[in-house]
Structures are given as structure tokens and as C-alpha cells.
Design a binder for this molecule. Sequence first.
Ligand SMILES: Nc1ncnc2c1ncn2[C@@H]1O[C@H](COP(=O)(O)OP(=O)(O)OP(=O)(O)O)[C@@H](O)[C@H]1O
Length: 349
Amino acid sequence: MSSLILQGVSYHYNGTKVIENLDLTVGKDEIVCLLGASGCGKTTTLKAIAGLVEAKHGSVFIDGKLVSDESTFIAPEHRNIGMMFQDYALFPHLSVANNIAFGLGKMSQSEKQQRVDEMLQLVHLSGCADRFPHQLSGGQQQRVAIARALAYKPSLLLLDEPFSNIDTQVRFELIADIRRIIKAQQVSAVFVTHSKEEAFAFSDTLAIMDRGNIAQQGTPEQLFAAPRSKVVAEFLGQGIYLSAEALTATEYKTPFGTVESDIQTSRHPCSGELYVRPHQIELVQECQSDKLSKRATILSRRFIGSAYVYKVVIAEQTLEVEAQYGQSFEINEQVIIKIKPHTVNFFES
Ligand SMILES: Nc1ncnc2c1ncn2[C@@H]1O[C@H](COP(=O)(O)OP(=O)(O)OP(=O)(O)O)[C@@H](O)[C@H]1O
């Protein structure tokens, strides 16, 4: 059974559409990331799930139970959800242990103590029970926040940009740690971010949002291999469009020669565009036999640690190419551009 189902959910702020007819499914123990540009409606979707805003249309089911539709509205505290929002700070005047125990209202004192100990152990903060939030690092505070959110065993966890205030040096360690904690507790989660890197590291599937709706949902690999729209392709990484003609099931004619695909297309011949990313393009030193090939000129280069990214110009089109380590080209040098065989992203016109 799915942990969360949104069917046709819409929400308007003062008559302005923010989310519109949105469908989303989160499986049992699945971590889904809502990913999208600023203002596309990610936080509003999370608030509609939590009941912090009342969806105007559509239905929300949590663990099979209807919590919101046109005639039903279950209050947030009765939805059995844990929340970890960016602005959901710890209570500064309560110790770590008391912060975690805060939501455990009905339990006896000894049950509470046991649960707090369990949670402290889970988040590796057993020695910090009596500290106050200001005596902890940002990462430790987020661990306490996750312990507090999980302490009363919610069936669904909602996280809104929980890592954005964490130093980049430790952010990905914390992300891996919190993912481990959530998986150990077998809780489903919806996570909001606008960072692809965080989304890839934290979630099982991504739901890419575009102007108040889910453009596509799938694993990062599925979305990279087969984006259904240009919005999804562009959001997952920078690239350029090349006019292209599908000649056969695996060959595309482009201004830079024939590009081979390692997946088959069922429709050919037909015209459209290929979306090509910097690592799928290759720069080759010009030699005699290339005289008939199209030549590009190196405009600039940027060192990114593992490679150089070159900006090149060809036929008045500027593109970025990630060159293999060890390859080096000079500014104004003439080079040949080749597109490596890859899983193409082709959009028919
Ligand atoms: N309380 C409000 N009143 C009016 N408009 C609002 C309100 N809250 C959000 N909005 C608008 O609704 C739209 C969606 O906001 P939302 O916070 O859901 O986007 P988001 O995708 O989470 O953005 P970000 O990544 O910047 O946090 C934005 O255009 C925002 O300005």
C-alpha cells in the first residue's frame, strides 16, 4: 500500500494558482524528493500534505486514510506525520532530551525516557542528552530535529530544505546519515529541495515540479535516460540543443555528424532536437584527415578539479564541453567536435 497519495490537488494563494491538479504517490518506506525551481510550489505541496494549508480541490490520503478533500479536513496533529522544516527550530530553552520528548504526550515517564534513549542512540548523540541546542553544531541540531520528528513513530516524514544551513563540507555526510536513520525506522518521506545533488544523495525517487505540477517522477537514472520534457532534461543538468533527424533506430544526423544512441527509438525518420550535455561531447585535436569536419574554436577554459570545461564556438553556436583529464587545449586553438555514443535525449518537433 502507498504511504501517501495526492490526487488532483490544487491550491491558490489569493486567487493565484500555486499548485494545480497535482498527483503524487509515495510508496511504503520510499523517500521521494520534490525538486524544482524556486517558486514552483514545493513547500506549498508539503504544507498541503501536512494540513498547514487546506487544499482547495483534490484528495490527500496518508497510509490509506483520507485526510483532506472538499468535505474532509484532518488537522496536522492528527495526520501522524513528522516534520522537519528549515524554520522548525529546536526549542532553545529545552535540553536535547526534552526537545526529543516534546511530542510524546501520552506516554508514561519511563516509556518516554526509553524512547528518548533509543532516538539518541539512533542519531549518535547519546552523550548530549542534557545539552541545550546552542551547545550543538548545526549538523548535531539537525540530528536532534530528526530524532524529535521520528520519536513518536510517524508514518510519514516531511522535510523542507533541512540541509540548506549546513556547511557544504559536512552536508553530504549528514544527508547519508539521516537517510540511514529514516531507512532504519522504515518511514516514508517527502523531501523538498532545489539542489539536484542533495536530491540524488537523499532520495529513492525524484518528482520534478514545474509551475505547480509534477512534470515527471522516477529514479534519477530513469529521468536522466528518458526525460519526457525539456523542463526535466534541463533541470537535471546543463546542455545544448542540436537540431537532429532520427535516421534509423539508433542514428541521429546533427550538424556535428551522426550521433549514435545506445537505446532504440521506435519513430524514424523524424526531425527534432537532441539535448546534449557537456560530458557527452568530445574535443579532438585537429589533424590532416579532419579537414572536411566542422572546426570549433576554443574561447575559454575553466578548471573544475577532475577536468577542464571548455567554452567553444562553432557556426556561431557557443557550447560547453567537459574534456577528459590530461587533454589540454589552448585559447583560440581549432579543434574538432565529436559527440560520443550515449543514451540520447531526443525531442521530436
Ligand atoms: N503565504 C503566501 N501568500 C501568497 N503567495 C505565496 C505565499 N506563500 C507562497 N506564495 C507563492 O506561491 C508560490 C510557490 O511558493 P512555494 O513556497 O510553494 O515555492 P517553492 O517551490 O517551495 O519555492 P522555494 O524553492 O523558493 O522555497 C511562489 O510564487 C510564492 O511567492
